[in-house]
Design a protein around this ligand. Structure first.
Ligand SMILES: Cc1cc2nc3c(=O)[nH]c(=O)nc-3n(C[C@H](O)[C@H](O)[C@H](O)COP(=O)(O)OP(=O)(O)OC[C@H]3O[C@@H](n4cnc5c(N)ncnc54)[C@H](O)[C@@H]3O)c2cc1C
Length: 440
């Protein structure tokens, strides 16, 4: 029986463990620093709204994994990996240290919030939002204090979700970001529409760089940015994450310190895999190794590493970063890159925009505008990005574009893909076809 050690009980580590345990050829040990495994960050906004209870924010617990045959070391931190002798050294909460041998090792150590050395950061009422403890502390604070005005520093999709949740529980909310919210993930004009909906919902959006916090009697009272000072009584710091990769410093890492991995999730060390937020695979869309800080990628990469250990080689050419968001009554979805990312990475692109309708007017169905943008390389017309937005739930459509991007399709090939027609669902000349057809 082969021994696999997994460091980290987040979605990446848990997924790898479940797949390996489906075969009796592997014994699996999971090492997790925290008390519990299987925390789902995605449920933090729902937890704030009190739509879920503490226990529901865990997808899996230790007992379930033990029932599948895993050995779970909770509250046990791995201190060192010896990749030459193939051992890990760990310390339990009791202080007891021990060493375990592996045949294959999966690093699933995730990411941590970036440190923020600004004045006043240690005032009460300022919280990070990355880990279970962060989420728990925030929820407890909302339950025990009368919090009226919340500042969210960092306006990516997590900041937007948290802003909405705080509005839903009756707080005044201000989102502070150095640039436009969600510009890198959804691009303009999609980001403009998202901002408009947030403003309609009463969220203030301020452009500015965080400079310091001011407090009174140890508790935060103001946020000072490059453009103004804002009165607040609670702050959520959503200022970016960095991969946790200090255990294997001999493995090749990217500039942002993620383990560089092959498409099989192998690091540069023998029999050592890295999965989830701590890994960076080669993204052919941008020509670089990048980390994809998404649970969908954590689950996929955990699956790939486990299958590779089991001797099953699968075809994979990295993530298309498919993503979706609901803001107010607006659905937004994207795959691949945006025009702003293309500009940042100096990729020469063209794009085609369309504003269409879902149904024919004579159908008398409740209908809304659908915005679609397709982005493709200028030189060979290869599709590399798609963004959609509507009050219809169009989010499932993005899978079609993620697949086309994965397969390296050109915008010309996409034009005549069969997108079917039936009047209860769409139009014969629908926006998918028309957008591709209109591509300059
Ligand atoms: C508020 C919020 C909302 C999000 N919403 C979405 C969403 O809607 N969709 C989506 O796809 N993604 C979402 N994400 C991102 C997603 O949560 C992460 O990409 C995902 O958790 C990464 O999984 P992971 O297993 O790689 O790492 P993690 O979840 O970070 O797990 C890593 C684990 O390793 C443990 N560990 C680290 N070092 C050691 C050590 N030395 N010894 C023992 N244990 C160790 C840690 O304690 C941790 O439990 C969201 C994130 C946040 C913060």
């Amino acid at each position: 029986m082969k021994k696999v050690i997994i460091i980290g009980g987040g979605p990446a580590g848990i997924t790898a463990a479940k797949i390996l345990l489906s075969s009796s050829d592997y014994s699996v040990s999971i090492f997790e620093r925290d008390k519990r495994i299987g925390f789902m960050n995605e449920l933090f906004p729902q937890w704030l709204r009190k739509r879920v209870e503490d226990a529901s924010v865990f997808s899996t617990n230790a007992e379930q994994m033990q029932a599948l045959g895993a050995t779970v070391y909770g509250e046990t931190e791995v201190l060192e990996v010896d990749h030459i002798n193939k051992t890990v050294s760990a310390r339990k909460a009791t202080g007891e240290q021990f060493v375990e041998q592996y045949d294959s090792l999966i690093l699933a150590t995730g990411s941590r919030p970036s440190q923020f050395p600004v004045s006043g950061i240690n005032l009460k009422g300022i919280h990070f939002v990355r880990l279970y403890e962060n989420a728990k502390d925030c929820v407890e604070q909302f339950m025990t204090h009368h919090i009226k005005r919340v500042a969210i520093i960092g306006g990516n999709y997590i900041g937007v979700k948290l802003a909405e949740a705080c509005r839903d529980i009756g707080c005044e909310v201000i989102v502070i970001d150095p640039g436009q919210l969600l510009a890198s993930q959804y691009g303009r004009p999609f980001a403009d529409r998202i901002e408009a909906v947030l403003r309609e919902r009463g969220v203030e959006i301020k452009t500015g760089r965080l400079q310091r916090f001011i407090g009174n009697e140890g508790r935060v009272t103001h946020v000072v940015t490059s453009t103004g000072t804002h009165e607040v009584d609670f702050v959520m710091l959503n200022v970016g994450f960095y991969p946790v990769s200090s255990l294997c410093e001999h493995a090749a890492r990217t500039e942002r310190a993620a383990y560089r991995v092959t498409y099989d999730q192998l690091t540069t060390l023998p029999d050592v895999y890295a999965v989830g937020d701590c890994a960076a695979g080669y993204d052919p869309l941008v020509g670089d190794h990048i980390s994809v800080f998404l649970s969908s990628e954590a689950v996929r990469s955990g699956t790939i590493a486990a299958l590779h250990i089991m001797g099953k080689k699968i075809d994979f050419n990295y993530s298309q970063r498919a993503r979706a968001l609901k803001v107010g009554d607006l659905y937004v979805a994207a795959a691949g890159i945006t025009t702003s990312e293309a500009k940042f990475r100096q990729i020469d692109i063209n794009f085609s925009d369309i504003s269409g309708r879902q149904f024919y007017p004579f159908m008398n169905l409740p209908d809304h505008e659908v915005l679609l943008r397709l982005i493709y390389r200028k030189n060979n017309r290869q599709l590399i990005g798609a963004q959609m937005l509507s009050k219809h739930d169009i989010t499932e459509h993005i899978k079609y574009y993620a697949f086309a991007i994965q397969q390296g399709m050109t915008i010309n090939e996409l034009t005549f893909c069969d997108t079917f027609f039936a009047p209860h669902f769409n139009q014969a000349y629908n926006y998918h076809m028309l957008c591709a057809l209109a591509a300059p």
